[in-house]
Design a binder for this molecule. Structure first.
Ligand code: FAD
Ligand code: DHB
Length: 393
């Protein structure tokens, strides 16, 4: 089967689906190819924190109905250490900006619904995706679906297929420069059917390791504890997880953590990863396909949204007028934000986690940083403006 489209999009995560939506609003046709099922991509438990700029873009482009109804606006976060909580007043420190709690799976559901209602072509459960001709004017994607070979000819290809996708590796060797840093920490994350024990997110630094209390709704909590990156999840029965969380989140004033049935649990490691440039010929990488940030800053999804906003704008200029300037600047414009966010996410990660080597010097520096951001308005403002997200440029 031979078909054609203007933009072939690989991956139906937030990056691929939002790009398809933004292009559609500009009258540009795309086809999305996804290896997993629709159910799988809509049920995957991942990010939960949306920056103000992400929310604004979703609302401005017609995706805000359920988000406005069900999303929870948060105007502060708590940093907890030494058994005491310290509030960072995000909105007061940033001229009224805020973050929203709205799960990535809800964002993906809203996007799928909007795209399919508009008659979009999204092929789920494809396999054997291969790219060719990316340095020519009509790049091609070959893939298989239902045991049939398909050939999709495009004007451009967007590689939105996450960290483990095929797009990045389709760029000839010697073109990309890779920057990578692995942190000696993993996160064990749980989703639990219990009302959150807090109104705002709590980032806790404890001698036994970092812990984070987040949420998804008034009935569902999302919590994380620092573990070794190669920790075996089978070593963590539910009781042990709750016990460790309550130790790390404990306060001197008797605050208690409510527990409940664990619906989902998994371990991820923390890493920084960037490829430069994010483009080659007619292939443009966006989101996790081009960069990974450590989770402590809650930024991965938000960075993916920024990339595709820039990509949609650049492709629109080309399809309207043939102008190549914005396409040429795509990587440079995205990478400026990517590195700012790498720095912020690394700062948060290094400040809050316990290092396995138990280095006393480092832990004293961590304490000095925590005390500084909790006592200096200038330091708190810097954390706050990064956390709510710097304006999109
Ligand atoms: P993905 O969501 O990975 O989507 C890529 C898609 O491509 C997938 O659906 C995949 O199945 C598909 N694919 C892969 N290979 C192929 C192929 N060969 N052909 C076709 N399709 C393919 N970010 C935040 O902003 N805030 C948070 O609070 C936050 N918390 C997180 C918590 C956890 C536990 C994890 C794991 C991540 C978190 N993130 C967070 C990061 C965020 O989830 C990612 O950055 C985000 O999913 C990136 O979106 P994406 O579309 O680029 O990639
Ligand atoms: C969540 C994830 C994060 O990485 C973070 O920093 C804050 C919250 C969450 O899943 O809710």
């Amino acid at each position: 089967m031979n078909t054609k489209t203007q933009v072939g999009i690989i991956g139906a995560g937030p990056a691929g689906l939002l790009l398809s939506h933004l292009l559609h609003l500009e009258g540009i046709d795309s086809v999305v190819l996804e290896t997993r099922s629709r159910k799988y991509v809509e049920e995957r438990v991942r990010a939960g924190v949306l920056e103000q700029g992400t929310v604004d873009l979703l609302c401005e482009t017609g995706l805000g109905d359920r988000l406005r109804r069900e999303g929870l606006v948060h105007r502060g976060i708590e940093l907890r250490f030494d058994g005491r909580g310290h509030r960072i007043a995000l909105s007061d420190l940033t001229g009224g900006r805020a973050i929203w709690i709205y799960g990535q799976k809800q964002v993906v559901k809203d996007l799928n619904k909007a795209r399919l209602a508009a008659g979009a072509t999204i092929h789920f459960e494809v396999n054997d995706v291969r790219l060719s001709g990316i340095d020519a004017t009509s790049p091609v994607i070959n893939y298989r679906k239902d045991d049939q070979e398909h050939i999709l000819t495009c004007d451009f290809i967007a590689g939105c297929d996450g960290f483990h996708g095929v797009s990045r590796d389709s760029i000839p060797s010697g073109i990309l420069r890779t920057y990578q840093h692995d942190y000696p920490f993993g996160w064990l994350g749980i989703l639990a059917a219990v009302a959150p024990s807090t109104e705002e997110l709590i980032y806790a630094s404890h001698d036994r390791g970092f812990a984070l209390h987040s949420l998804r709704s008034p009935e569902i909590s999302r919590l994380y504890i620092q573990v070794d990156p190669d920790e075996d999840i089978n070593e963590w029965p539910d009781d042990r997880i709750w016990q460790e969380l309550s130790i790390r989140l404990a306060t001197r004033d008797g605050w208690t953590l409510a527990d409940g049935p664990i619906l989902e649990k998994g371990i991820t490691s923390l890493r920084s990863f960037v490829v430069e440039p994010m483009q080659y010929g007619r292939l443009f990488l966006a989101g996790d396909a081009a960069h990974i940030v450590p989770a402590t800053g809650a930024k991965g999804l938000n960075l993916a949204v920024h990339d595709v906003r820039i990509l949609a704008e650049s492709l629109t200029a080309w399809f309207r007028t043939g102008a190549t300037e914005l396409l040429e600047q795509y990587s440079t414009r995205c990478l400026r934000r990517v590195w700012r966010v790498q720095d912020f996410s690394s700062f948060m990660s290094l400040m809050l986690h316990r290092f396995p080597d138990g280095d006393g010097f480092r832990s004293r520096l961590q304490r000095a940083q925590l005390e500084y951001v909790c006592s200096s308005e200038a330091a708190a403002r810097s954390l706050a403006e990064n956390y709510v997200g710097l304006p999109h440029v």
